[in-house]
Write a protein that binds this ligand. Sequence first.
Ligand code: NAD
Length: 371
Amino acid sequence: MLIAIPTESHPGESRVAASPDTVKAYVKKGLKVIVQAGAGAGSHTADDAYAAVGAKIVRSEADFKDAAIVLTVRRPSDKLVKALKKGAILAGGLDPYGDRKGLEALAKAGLVLFAMELMPRISRAQSMDILSSQANLAGYKAVIDAAAHFGRAFPMMMTAAGTVPPAKVFIMGVGVAGLQAIATARRLGAIVSATDVRKATEEQVKSLGAKFVFADVADAATAGGYAKELSAEDKAKQAALVAEHIKGQDIVITTALIPGRPAPVLVSKDMVETMKSGSVIVDLAVERGGNCPLSKSDQIVVHKGVSIIGTVNLAGRLAGNASPLYAKNLANFLEPLIQKDGSLKIDFDDEIIRGTLVARDGGLVHPMFKA
Ligand code: NAD
């Protein structure tokens, strides 16, 4: 059975869906692996590193025609899809809530599509969760970027010439990215506060030594571990609290997302205008519309002295870490599907398969996406 790893075609995507470690593990199971030349370049992994553990380096998409499994970071290019045989498995970050027509076209190509973003939040699937592995790095990088851009220091410093006050950092959305952002900002010596609409996050915030800021809203946690949209009344309560709190903050990192919905607007233009000149906002939700309406993809917008950083794919800026973790998530997902004799067996009744399978036999099959 042949596993194939293409070079990502999405502009600016630096990550790759296999690492030398995962290739080595596939080869050990008796599988053949092909890696497209240059696939690891953005993660500083040379073709030779894959070849050294048994992969064959191939030049073009046409070489993927016999692949039984294709692993990607993002949706595949049309050229790649055309080269694949019907029934081939394609697992990766397929952006299932984005560009519906593109998803339908992928399904029509007859591929068995697994969108790894839809991984159920159950303990058995934790090691397969690409959102977690990548969001953790993004949360860290957001704080590092904010610190690099901020014209002042994070920690308090007592010097003979006077005291440097600690920076005040506010984290909005305390999921995986938010928790790492809190921990990183604390390590840098900032005074950290955080908010979320899931009440369970209070304890997590406090255990990291940050202050929890919570509007008196109904708990928005869903059974799946995500948040749902607030009622109009609760949105107003949250906005009033944020407006009051944000005035005194130097750095705001926003990470709030609601699956399948545009990102909630949490920091309005008016709120930005109450912040001190020199303050920095990093909007991690920019790819999903942004938590701040002023943020723009891959731009730093300066509004009345406040910088709003909208870097997309922050995890990809740490590709040397992001790729191996992502690759391992995929390897953990494939592990139960690959039998001892190297053949493939998919249990279509399994919760993880049902949760992530988007298309098969030429059509969308996931309950959330089928027509
Ligand atoms: P996410 O990326 O969907 O959202 C980020 C955060 O934004 C969430 O905490 C959410 O509650 C918050 N949010 C949404 N609307 C908001 C609003 N209006 N104001 C403030 N905050 C808002 O979430 P995520 O980081 O992927 O994870 C959510 C939870 O799932 C976390 O508690 C995480 O620990 C848990 N999780 C569990 C597993 C597992 O058990 N396998 C795996 C990964 C994550």
